[in-house]
Design a protein around this ligand. Sequence first.
Ligand SMILES: Nc1ncnc2c1ncn2[C@@H]1O[C@H](COP(=O)(O)OP(=O)(O)O)[C@@H](O)[C@H]1O
Ligand SMILES: [Mg+2]
Length: 176
Amino acid sequence: MRWMVYPLTSGKVKPWAGGESGCGKSTTGRTILQLYKPTAGHVYYNGTDLTTLKRENMRKMRREMQMIFQDPYASLNPRMTVEDIIGEPLAVHGVASGKEIKEQVENLLNLVKLNPAFASRYPHEFSGGQRQRIGVARALALQPSLIICDEPISAWMYPSRRRWLICSRICSPNSI
Ligand SMILES: Nc1ncnc2c1ncn2[C@@H]1O[C@H](COP(=O)(O)OP(=O)(O)O)[C@@H](O)[C@H]1O
Ligand SMILES: [Mg+2]
């Protein structure tokens, strides 16, 4: 890839990458968020070059930028409960603690249509679609300004158009 410019509008869900399996969609998403370091080139977001940011500044930036991962089996820590998985970003960034985290996790589970009583369960107790919902809830926890969705609800049991509508709705800024 030589370059890519993608204008984003606040509060909108936009499709931005297509192509056959293996063409590099997931790699591009991970590189934008600096989960992979590019071997060459730069990534600019709101005028900031993410590739040269110091670790501490990138940590702050991560609060604004989240990813919903494609693979619901590999992306959730099997040793953490759902509550810990979804609440972790809130704790790590010092946004909430204790009871507040519990409450926010409950809200997020409701939002992605999972029973809040599941909070104490572990990822292996869920189907692929349910795991993706947990990943969606985690990505939404910090109310980031950018969410990169890598086939975020491909395992949900809905036809693709319906899935798209659901995704648009849950990612809209007023949904939480
Ligand atoms: N620009 C690139 N240069 C080299 N290898 C790449 C590049 N983009 C993707 N790959 C490799 O191709 C494979 C599939 O990429 P991936 O991003 O998972 O594709 P997709 O999500 O479109 O199915 C991965 O092994 C990845 O490391
Ligand atoms: Mg992919």
